[in-house]
Design a protein around this ligand. Structure first.
Ligand code: ADA
Length: 558
């Protein structure tokens, strides 16, 4: 399954799943030994490749009816080179955002699709670097093949706007694959309203449709009532429907008012978890059944938000958050990049591409209320300020309807507090230091208020403690589950009592695999701060968090 709802009824679209041949490629380019693997998957889940960092060629034979063919890759980790009948048709960097390739006028019959996936670290890779999470390898998210006509719908974006009543601001993009641009029209339907556009006007092969429609009478989307509506766009050529696309949207508004985050006009208090896409020995290629189970846990824990630390997530997970009313802080890919890493010549373009692909593909999810960037990256120099400003500006140019933020740990040296809508800090009192939590928060917050962050909402975007699953001891020393539970209880009860705080996001939901460069501070070469282990077995802190989050409301009267 590629989405949690039918995205089309007209377009000939199917998933390219099942068995593929995988041939590892050594550092000299020598290919040897073919393995049968199922896609999507990480090669780390293939026997013998549990710790493989390198390249592999995936091959699949496909039969098409003839005409224009579009391949959509939801995620290849972390760099992909795609070939069709031996001819290179696409290159993409970043495991966490989708990309596509169009082959025009394909002959009917059998063709060979090949994907070389590469998860090596190298100077070419500015974002996938040795880190406190694992950059898996392979075709880790679903692949689609589509047989399309001489034009197709690229996207349909709908922005809910609250005026006297709800309005839907519509923007759609249609791409032309042929010289003849005559006779194209489109209709867009949403909640019984229908807009029709005749004689689309193409420029450089792209036609943009914009409209705004009053939507009086629709139900709001909220955590309590995650009401979703389906919008459809249909493309016509000379009056005949040739393509269509469904999107699901929710009417909700997120805004800031002084130091408050407002969701549908109510002051929001975030109780959340940071979640890496990592599960047991299937790594980041989590099936939708287990994505849903993670959300069962998160709901049981009385949380109301997931931060997709530290990269864009699988669309199916976001679909489930939309359906279940779980809020999302989605994050562009970056974690703890130092100044010199941000000077990598690929850094700004790879980040720009990631932000564009994240927002263009995830635009309609009502659960997403925050776009995050640059987790704990350098924010202490003039160059860093340029990078942050560039990214915030790009986000606002693509989507002015959501809030921006960035989780910092640079505290007194951070020069970027004036830029985001919401200020977020990662602090670990009682774990990396034995300092008292409120004292730590107040000292940093006072500095933020005097340095660009005054009268802005503040979120504690990370706090928590480690607990090695199964390590139980009355000593309650660090790494015991007991100590982790004690610290989580103190953090949530104390931070939760701070009236003008806008939220607490615990680090972290589940343990995750990390790179061996971090082994010296990561027992089992895992980050052990989850309230469940990597297989979702619960730790003592699990019930503690449920109880403490359960005492905090999602909305506050302030
Ligand atoms: C940082 C970082 C996380 C994780 C965490 C930890 O805040 O943002 O990715 O590494 O520290 O576990 O120490």
């Amino acid at each position: 399954m590629v989405r949690m709802f039918d995205v089309t009824s007209l377009r000939k679209q199917r998933e390219v799943g099942g068995a593929w041949d995988m041939i590892p490629i050594d550092d000299f380019g020598k290919e040897s030994g073919a393995f049968t693997v199922v896609v999507p998957s990480c090669w780390e889940s293939v026997r013998g490749f549990e710790n493989y960092r390198g390249r592999a060629r995936y091959t699949k034979k496909l039969t098409v009816a003839g005409g224009n063919v579009r391949l959509v890759f939801k995620g290849v980790s972390h760099t992909a080179d795609v070939f069709w009948d031996g001819k290179k048709i696409a290159h993409h960097y970043n495991a966490y955002t989708p990309f596509d390739a169009v082959i025009k006028n394909c002959k009917a019959g059998e063709h060979i699709l090949e994907v070389i996936a590469d998860n090596r670290y190298s100077p070419d890779s500015a974002l996938h670097v040795p880190n406190d999470y694992h950059s898996y390898g392979g075709i880790t998210r679903p692949v689609l093949i589509e047989e399309i006509g001489d034009a197709y719908i690229e996207y349909l974006h709908i922005t809910p706007i609250k005026k006297d009543v709800w309005h839907a601001r519509i923007k759609a993009s249609v791409l032309l694959l042929d010289e003849d641009s005559r006779g194209y029209g489109a209709s867009i339907e949403l909640c019984g309203r229908k807009i029709t556009t005749e004689n689309l006007c193409f420029g450089n092969g792209i036609a943009i449709i914009t409209a705004e429609v009053e939507m009086d009478g629709v139900e709001e989307w909220s955590p309590e009532n995650p009401k979703l509506y389906t919008a459809n766009i249909t493309l016509f050529k000379n009056g005949t429907a040739i393509d269509d696309l469904n999107e699901r949207i929710g009417f909700r508004e997120v805004a800031v008012n002084g130091d408050r985050i407002l969701l549908n006009g109510r002051t929001l208090f975030i109780k959340g978890f940071n979640r890496h896409e990592d599960l047991g020995n299937i790594g980041c290629a989590i099936p939708e059944t287990m994505m849903n189970t993670d959300l069962d846990h998160i709901t049981y824990l009385n949380a109301n938000l997931v931060r997709t630390s530290h990269y864009p997530n699988d669309e199916r997970f976001l679909d489930l958050c939309d359906e279940r009313g779980i809020l999302v802080w989605e994050e562009a890919h970056a974690r703890q990049l130092k100044a010199e890493q941000m000077l990598n010549p690929n850094f700004r373009k790879q980040t720009e591409d990631c932000i564009y692909e994240m927002i263009t593909n995830h635009y309609n999810h009502p659960s997403i209320i925050l776009w995050g960037i640059m987790n704990e990256c350098d924010s202490t120099t003039e160059y860093a300020k340029e990078c942050y400003w560039e990214q915030y500006s790009q986000i606002k140019s693509l989507d002015s309807s959501r809030l921006t933020t960035s989780a910092t740990n640079k505290y007194y040296k951070d020069l970027c507090y004036s830029m985001p809508d919401v200020v977020s800090i990662n602090i670990y009192p009682r774990w990396y230091s034995n300092q008292e939590p409120i004292g730590v928060l107040e000292k940093i917050w006072n500095h933020i208020k005097e340095n660009g962050g005054a009268n802005k909402p503040l979120i504690i975007s990370e706090c928590g403690a480690g607990g090695i699953a199964g390590y139980r001891s009355l000593t309650r020393v660090k790494w015991t589950e007991e100590r982790q539970s004690d610290i989580l209880e103190e953090l949530i009860s104390k931070f939760g009592s701070v009236e003008d705080l806008s939220g607490i996001i615990l680090w972290m939901f589940s343990d995750c695999r990390v790179d061996e460069e971090f082994f010296h501070e990561r027992p089992k070469t895992q980050n052990n701060k989850g309230v469940v282990d990597i297989f979702r077995n619960t730790k003592l802190g699990y019930e503690t968090v449920r109880n403490e989050f359960g005492k905090l409301d999602t909305y506050r009267n302030r």
